[in-house]
Design a binder for this molecule. Structure first.
Ligand SMILES: NC(=O)c1ccc[n+]([C@@H]2O[C@H](COP(=O)([O-])OP(=O)(O)OC[C@H]3O[C@@H](n4cnc5c(N)ncnc54)[C@H](OP(=O)(O)O)[C@@H]3O)[C@@H](O)[C@H]2O)c1
Length: 287
């Protein structure tokens, strides 16, 4: 039995779609959710639904009983993410789960002084817990979702400007849907025990590349302006926009050269080259 956490969220749901598309029978899949209603469409597909909150170890132990492989999609609440992962891993050990596949974060270093550390800390600690858990584990270090780029850059066709503090730093964005496809492959095949995969693209891009590509697609000239972190925060304040510091740090990490890790791991798990930024933007910005 395969269990997917976060089944009512983007990544978990996409993984379940890929499991089914790859031939898994709905009866082989259990979806963990905390909200019964949100899981109704999965139930209609014949998938077993178990209800547990990451804060509730007893409910997690019940939910994980009889599970062989568990996809732990990282929890979203940064303030208690690690504690929730600890709960899931403790419950998995008690329920005798054999193998945990964990969606971690792609990074070049574990340096606590790096800009990305605030995002990575819970991932680093969860990986360490898995190494000593006695369970089989596979770490999927997800890079930045390509699907986030349109939200990051805003309505550039109107503004004709990308205004982000990422300087000329690059990031090897890959599609969340393809990371989920890779997760489904790992869940359905063997030989991934104790492996770590970097689910990032084979090429990294700067926001100059993003601006140039959208300009080529739309024939609208897009300027890329990269302020300092201070000027960027000031501009957000003046515009009345509030973004958590951790999110700004993603862009500062990119500016510092912390996000340009590339890898062929996604190629191996997908059995093809991952979608490149140009193809994705062409779909998004086609007139
Ligand atoms: N790599 C990237 O670029 C990137 C970007 C954004 C996010 N992420 C991270 O990647 C992970 C998955 O992303 P996503 O897009 O799938 O997020 P999402 O759409 O927000 O889904 C999160 C899922 O986790 C469930 N969940 C949250 N807290 C829970 C709790 N206490 N107990 C049980 N279930 C809980 C949610 O349930 P409900 O449906 O009930 O809320 C939902 O099913 C998250 O950790 C997210 O922070 C990564």
């Amino acid at each position: 039995m395969i269990l997917v956490t976060g089944a009512t969220g983007h990544f978990g749901r996409l993984t379940i779609n890929h499991l089914l598309a790859k031939g898994a029978h709905p009866k082989e899949i259990t979806a963990l959710a905390r909200n019964v209603e949100k899981a109704n469409d999965l139930r209609k597909l014949g998938i077993k639904i178990v209800i547990a909150d990451f804060d509730d170890i007893a409910a997690l132990k019940n939910a994980l009983t009889g599970v062989d492989k568990l996809l732990l999609v990282s929890a979203v609440d940064l303030s208690k993410r690690y504690l929730q992962h600890e709960n899931v891993i403790e419950a998995a050990i008690a329920a005798k789960v054999k193998h945990i596949i964990y969606t971690s974060g792609a990074r070049k270093s574990d340096d606590p002084n790096s800009s990305l550390y605030a995002f990575m800390e819970a991932h680093i600690k969860t990986e360490q817990l898995l190494y000593t858990s006695g369970l089989d584990y596979t770490i999927l270090r997800n890079g930045l979702y390509m699907e986030l780029i349109p939200a990051f850059i805003g309505d550039v066709i109107s503004s004709k400007t990308i205004y982000l503090p990422a300087q000329t730093g690059e990031v090897a964005v890959a599609l969340r849907s393809e990371m989920a496809e890779a997760a489904a492959s790992v869940l359905l095949s063997g030989g991934h025990e104790k492996k770590t995969y970097n689910l990032v693209n084979t090429k990294a891009y700067s926001y100059n590349d993003v601006a140039g590509t959208i300009a080529d697609i739309t024939n609208v000239h897009i300027k890329y302006v990269s302020p300092t972190k201070e000027d960027f925060l000031d501009a957000l304040l003046k515009a009345g926009i509030s973004i958590p510091q951790e999110y700004v740090n993603i862009l500062i990490g990119q500016a510092n050269g912390e996000a340009d890790l590339v890898s062929k791991d996604l190629v191996k798990l997908l059995g093809r080259e991952p979608t490149i930024l140009k193809s994705y933007l062409a779909e998004q910005y086609a007139i």
